[in-house]
Design a protein around this ligand. Structure first.
Ligand code: SF4
Length: 795
């Protein structure tokens, strides 16, 4: 249910359960087949084979619940579908008009803020409760005003702009805040560019990045097939309520909690990486930056490759053809992610780069895994209309599917020869993708350097075959006439791109695509599902399993669970992401989840990914903290999905250690640094630890959605006091921890301080991160799900 979009009809922050739930099955497509005309069909067939049970469960749900619309798999990426089709801006319920709003169980729900619809990501657990009619509560956030002026320079893309904005907002500090963009520069950027900026709110840390409605919004609504009548109603309503902005008119001074400004003329081409979205590198500095990353000690900007190994060349045979890799060689180049695929200017810009490269006789090396995953069928239509898809195909950027691909780590396998060349020679291989996240281990286990770039830059780096290049000074390749070809020779001007956008992106394309969208496709329509109102669980299924959350549930709330003499299951540093806590990617052959699958008769080739098995708690509990890049201080910096079982001193997979504690009836906690739970909003990153018996997480700070997910699952989020952490307090993780929480819920207050004591005689103060009274009520009930069930049964 990660990608459910739960539409709110709200005049306050109350959920109205009577409005429709739009469920877009934003299924991720694994790029098993790339560089082939047949890739879409082949990948879709594999997806249906692997996910048949999961899709059937969702299809059953769409029949069993009356106010649920399902957009079948293969239709596109949820946020792009929302932007182009579902988002209403203003809607009419029985003659009453409301401004539209949305919460979605994916952090990039914020894309819709570019259309003037207030929306943000929430935890899956919170969304599940919202769908059952529970109100949502939040502390009123500060609002940062971000003033844009000027105009983007020629050749600068929306992706360059969003990477610049992301770095500025990260530096400013906007976690938990709203950002509103204003100023005459806003009138200069297209709706798609605004959506690109809004999409990356989670990367800059804000709850949302909002663009109020103006004429550009209305034009976009018309372009995407919303009727003239609807657009007129939207304009009239917003004008009447002073919510419509005319950027061409003098603007009133606005009052915000804090301010930032950017002249669009100052934005320059850039990429971000190699490991974090906000580590922006101007293109002109890329070569120097890359070499310092090779030198630097291991960290966000370092790989610590010894000087003598930096020039290493790994020669290998690629299907009989001589090939070689060096540090920085590109092995994955992916045009992916709703951040960019909803933006025709960067998509057509990429196609123009491919065209110029073809004309000059350049060719992407065949061992680079290239792919193109549009976020909706509209993209295919305008690429075809422009006549440019064929050039993308010639460079290997065939369409591989409509959904989340490399962006979510579904890169698929690399060719065996490439994988072996990387592993055997310890090459720091690179991926270049037009996605929004590049944490280590997310894109592909074998690409240690991952750069976020605009789609045209993805094509340019694929052609160069390396990130170790100065595009200003060094040629990309030699053309068919024997002359060097430089970056400037293949880079389209802003005018060229605008012309193709103007002539190729047409209203009819949106209309025809979305008229067909709910009709499904042959594979979806052939899925046969039971018609029963109650789902009958199949105990033999390794995909869908009856969850244990309501087992042994009593009608009376159990009250706050105390934490006494708990062992530390894991002791982390900063920036532990939800990918570390609950990976979505492949299931490692030696993991507890793999063992479970083999024990249940599943072949290794059919393991599929954790993401596709999230309907089975047995797998997901075993997959919790199973990221192969996990660094846990209890193992003295060793990189492994394991931990130390303190009483026995044994090193075990995290799941096995947790089960030992559980069967001994002992509580566990997790110690962590700053930004615990950043990354994708993933409810399993809270459900998994709960199933492992984790009772509390003590961190320097939490990512917003993850904190709320922990609360939802009855896990206590605690923050160290400012300036303190496990290290400064001298905690090793070998202690036993008792948290001094009152046993009567009425004696606990949101945000209160509590004392934590260890069996080694240490004592320190933490802040309890229950932020509202409602969250306290959830805690009293053992989590939001039992709370909701008790509310429903009491009605
Ligand atoms: Fe968009 Fe990537 Fe999230 Fe998919 S995984 S919804 S493409 S940001």
């Amino acid at each position: 249910m990660r990608d459910a979009m739960n539409k709110l009809g709200s005049d306050s922050n109350k959920i109205n359960p009577l409005v429709p739930v739009d469920l877009v099955i934003d299924h991720s497509v694994q790029v098993d087949v790339a560089r082939s005309e047949n890739a879409v069909q082949a990948n879709m067939e594999l997806e249906f084979q692997r996910n048949k049970e999961r899709f059937a469960f969702l299809k059953w749900g769409s029949n069993a619940f009356h106010n649920m619309l399902v957009v079948p798999p293969g239709s596109g990426i949820v946020h792009q579908v929302n932007l182009e089709y579902l988002g209403r801006v203003v809607f009419n319920t029985d003659g009453m008009l409301y401004p539209d709003s949305v919460v979605g169980t994916d952090s990039h729900t914020t894309m819709i803020d570019g259309l003037g619809v207030a929306g943000w990501g929430v935890g899956g657990i919170e969304a599940e409760a919202a769908m059952l009619g529970q109100p949502m509560s939040m502390v009123l956030p500060g609002v940062v005003g971000f003033k844009l002026s000027g105009k983007l320079k020629n050749g600068v893309t929306a992706t360059d702009l969003v990477l610049t904005v992301t770095q500025m907002l990260r530096k400013h500090g906007v976690v938990g805040k709203f950002v509103e963009f204003y100023g005459d520069g806003v009138g200069e950027i297209s709706l798609a560019d605004r959506a690109t900026i809004a999409n990356m709110s989670p990367e800059y840390g804000a709850t949302m990045g909002f663009f109020p409605v103006d004429h550009v919004t209305l034009q976009y609504l018309k372009l995407t097939g919303r009727s003239d009548e609807t657009v007129a109603m939207i304009e009239k309503y917003l004008r009447a309520n002073n919510m419509f902005v005319e950027y061409s008119e003098p603007q009133q001074e606005r009052v915000y909690s804090s301010y930032l400004d950017l002249n669009l003329e100052d934005v320059e081409p850039c990429i971000s990486g190699p490991k974090r979205p906000h580590d922006r590198v101007p293109l002109r500095e890329m070569k120097v930056d890359w070499h310092s990353c090779l030198d630097n000690k291991v960290g966000f900007k370092g790989f610590a490759v010894p000087k003598e190994a930096q020039e290493k060349v790994a020669k290998f045979s690629f299907h009989g053809q001589p090939a070689e890799l060096k540090h920085g060689s590109v092995v994955i180049a992916a045009i992916t992610s709703c951040t960019n695929t909803s933006n025709p200017s960067v998509m057509l810009g990429a196609a123009l780069v491919a065209k110029k490269a073809c004309e000059l006789g350049l060719q992407v090396k065949p061992w680079i895994k290239t792919s193109l995953a549009p976020g909706s069928g509209v993209v295919t239509k305008y690429l075809q209309k422009s006549g440019l898809q064929k050039y993308l195909n010639e460079q290997g950027f065939h369409i591989v599917g409509y959904g989340c691909t490399t962006c979510i780590g579904n890169s698929g396998e690399l060719d065996e020869s490439v994988a072996a060349a990387i592993s055997e020679n310890d090459i720091v291989a690179a991926a270049v993708l037009s996605g929004n996240r590049n944490f280590e281990g997310r894109v592909h286990p074998l690409t240690r350097a991952n750069y976020l770039a605009s789609p045209p830059l993805v094509v340019a780096y694929a052609l160069a075959g390396t990130v170790d290049i100065d595009f200003n000074k060094e040629p990309i390749a030699v053309g068919k006439d024997g002359k060097d070809v430089y970056f400037k020779d293949i880079w389209p001007s802003t005018e060229e791109i605008a012309e193709v956008v103007q002539s190729s992106v047409l209203p009819d394309m949106f209309k025809s695509t979305y008229e067909a969208i709910t009709k499904g496709n042959a594979m979806w329509n052939q899925l046969s599902v039971p018609t029963s109102k109650l789902y009958s669980w199949d105990p033999n299924s390794t995909y869908i399993h009856e969850p244990p959350y309501f087992k042994n549930m009593t009608m009376d709330p159990p009250g706050p669970n105390g934490v006494k003499d708990a062992y530390c299951l894991l002791n982390f540093g900063d920036s532990i992401t939800t990918d570390h806590i609950s990976p979505a990617g492949s299931i490692h052959k030696d993991s507890p989840a793999a063992k479970y699958l083999v024990d249940h008769g599943v072949d290794r080739k059919d393991f599929n990914s954790y993401g596709s098995r999230r309907g089975n708690n047995e797998i997901m509990a075993r997959g919790t903290f199973a990221n192969i890049r996990l660094v846990n201080k209890l193992l003295n910096g060793e990189v492994a999905p394991k931990t130390l079982h303190i009483p026995s001193g044994e090193k075990l997979p995290v799941f096995d250690a947790a089960m030992r504690y559980k069967s001994a009836g002992v509580d566990t906690i997790v110690l962590a640094g700053a930004e615990y739970g950043s990354g994708s909003s993933r409810d399993w990153a809270a459900k998994g630890p709960m199933l492992l018996g984790v009772k509390a997480v003590i961190a320097k700070s939490f990512e917003r959605i993850h904190r709320s997910n922990l609360v939802g699952m009855g896990i206590v989020p605690l923050c160290f006091k400012s300036g303190e952490d496990a290290d400064t307090l001298g905690l090793t993780g070998h202690e036993r921890f008792t948290i001094d929480l009152p046993s009567n819920i009425n004696e606990i207050r949101p945000g209160q301080d509590v004392t934590v004591q260890t069996d080694t005689g240490k004592s320190f103060t933490c802040t309890v991160r229950f932020d509202t009274e409602v969250e306290l009520a959830y805690f009293n009930h053992g989590g939001i799900l039992p709370y909701v069930i008790r509310q429903l049964t009491n009605q």
